[in-house]
Design a protein around this ligand. Structure first.
Ligand SMILES: Nc1nc2c(ncn2[C@@H]2O[C@H](COP(=O)(O)OP(=O)(O)OP(=O)(O)O)[C@@H](O)[C@H]2O)c(=O)[nH]1
Length: 301
């Protein structure tokens, strides 16, 4: 039906680049993917191996995926990020930014250059990936403070609880809120209240370890998860955070005048049935701190 020339033209017109890669990772051919808005010209890769053009870890990953497709003989689908600068000697025309690809890999039923080989179609899915990332951020991050929201906090807490139950890895949790926050809103307006919430969040971000997880539970209530930390180890950290937040809020001027925070500090216990138990203990300790006169962190027994 089609002549050889026509078939070559069809292959060249494939919207996404299709590579023939051998088991040892040698690029034997490339078809299609000629639109430079989406793809770089990969023709110069032919004859080279993935180990020659990619850094070691990335090349090994590609090779493993080729192996999987050869082993299964079924369509194998992967996602990966790749920038032009990751590929040695790639021409500069083509997208300048880092790209995300979906690789659709299918074993071929004939050897190429004496080796098993696969067809690897690499589709540019960067736009979809960026949208996914934006949606994930919207569903996990509190818009006002930029901290984790309650939903994500509960998810992270549940994961740590599973790890604690399996391996006994400790986790300390601080729950705190801003004392008499309602007054800030009442006296200075809701926008001033928002500034106070954002400032407290900024202090959490700057004072805590990158492995700690600060979150906004809602209103003026915050939670800080400190993984791999016992309650006793967390006590001086919580105390330092209390002082820094108070100092930073007071430095805001009239809206932060006399601002303080109260908190409850607790940790996972072997008797906990769920991660809700630790939240409840932290909340009780926060309540006790309020009753004891505010401006303090109380630890659970
Ligand atoms: N500005 C602002 N205020 C909020 C937000 N969410 C909740 N609030 C207000 O936060 C206030 C919380 O007040 P309370 O829970 O009574 O606590 P408080 O005044 O800090 O009193 P204590 O905790 O007992 O010291 C309420 O007035 C809420 O309307 C928000 O996103 N922005």
């Amino acid at each position: 039906m089609f002549s050889g020339t026509q078939l070559a033209a069809v292959l060249n017109a494939l919207p996404d680049p299709a590579f023939i890669l051998t088991r040892s990772g040698r690029y034997m051919a490339i078809f299609g993917g000629i639109d430079a808005r989406y793809y770089h010209d990969g023709s110069h890769l032919i004859g080279k191996t993935i180990h020659q053009v990619l850094e070691a870890a990335k090349a090994s990953w590609f090779q493993q995926e080729i192996e999987k497709a050869l082993l299964s003989q079924a369509l194998h689908i992967v996602e990966y990020g790749l920038a032009a600068c990751d590929v040695k000697g790639l021409q500069s025309d083509g997208p300048a930014y880092s790209l995300w690809f979906e690789g659709r890999i299918q074993a071929l039923d004939f050897p190429v250059n004496g080796e098993d080989a696969v067809l690897w179609v690499a589709s540019n899915i960067t736009a979809r990936k960026e949208l996914e990332n934006r949606l994930r951020m919207l569903s996990e991050i509190d818009a006002l403070s930029g901290l984790l929201n309650r939903r994500k906090l509960m998810h992270v807490l549940a994961e740590h609880f599973d790890t604690f139950q399996r391996y006994g890895t400790p986790l300390a949790m601080l729950i705190f809120d801003i004392d008499h926050f309602k007054r800030v809103n009442d006296e200075h307006g809701h926008l001033a209240g928002d500034v106070v919430i954002r400032t407290a969040a900024d202090v959490c971000r700057s004072e805590l370890r990158s492995t700690d997880a600060p979150a906004r539970l809602g209103g003026d209530e915050f939670v800080v998860l400190m993984p791999h930390t016992t309650r006793d180890q967390a006590a001086p950290i919580a105390e330092r955070l209390r002082q820094r937040i108070a100092c930073t809020l007071q430095a805001l001027g009239s809206i932060g005048e006399g601002a303080t925070i109260s908190g409850g500090l607790c940790e996972f216990r072997p008797s906990d049935g769920s991660c809700e138990d630790v939240l409840k203990r932290g909340d009780d300790a926060l309540y006790q701190a309020k009753r004891a006169g505010r401006n303090r962190i109380l630890c659970t027994e």
